[in-house]
Design a protein around this ligand. Sequence first.
Ligand code: UDP
Length: 328
Amino acid sequence: MILVVGGAGYIGSHSVRELLDQQYQVVVLDNLSTGHRDAVDSRAVFVEGNLGDLEVLNHVFSTYQIEAVMHFAANSLVGESVINPLKYYQNNVSATLTLLEVMLQHDVKKFIFSSTAATYGIPNVDLITEGTETNPINPYGQSKLMVEKVIHDCHLAYGLSYVVLRYFNAAGAHVTGEIGEDHTPESHLIPIILQHLLGQRENITVFGDDYSTHDGTCIRDYIHITDLAEAHILSLKSLLENNQLTETYNLGNGQGYSVKEIIEMCEKVTGIKANVIIGDRRPGDPASLIASSEKIYNNLHWKTKYNLEEIIQTAWNWHKNNPIGFQK
Ligand code: UDP
């Protein structure tokens, strides 16, 4: 079985769905602090608990035959991480150490770790490769990079085999409309715009239009959640075939869109005009983050299937039909 830690969250639940659709058996461990019970597919075994809880972890690893672990459970708000760094080092780093310890005690040595473009900080290249220097500028990015280093040391010392996936901007929802993005509070651009277009917010604030980009607003690389999930499946397959894997991959579309372009696409998809305010820059926002995902294209033959319009269309289907998100 595959253990998915954080499988009730946005990226975790979509990955669980893909795993089950491809006939893997799945155990989800989630404390439901930010995830949703209803996001977990009924075909998966669900265990409610903390990833830093030795008793729960020992129960999971001794009850189920776990072949590999996918670890999605983390706090991921950059702003909050600056205000409350210890929460990030505790939940993202320290709890992960406990998970790794218990995994290794039970001789489970295959690990897929959710990392982030925030490990790069403010890169000085247009297209970020895995070789681009990492230099996180906030505790969130720092916490993820620390775990990347820990994982590598665990490879050297204990033979842990791993794939680290550095996500750019995950967006969109499952094509069936059955699961989607539901954060409280919501801080991500696309759901914020769609909530505004549904009448749930009065306006949208663009965080700065004086960046050195073609229209002055920040550029990001948006990737569909199912494309992201598919990369996890391919990574898992490669891990199951290879006991000595130490790979790090960027996951993005290789194409950037500005905040203004995202708003325009949301208006096009929904047919509704947005009320836009230009606000101050948000601290810690790099002007542009675009991934080169050449490495995972080449090594695992991963290819994205969804373009920006489809990303926003699937997100819109989800938000329109679930205006208050998951029931529980
Ligand atoms: N953004 C914005 N207004 C909002 C939310 C986000 O202008 O209400 C911008 C943000 O500054 C960034 C981009 O949209 O340039 C994507 O932000 P998001 O929080 O979705 O993802 P991030 O890139 O921070 O991971």
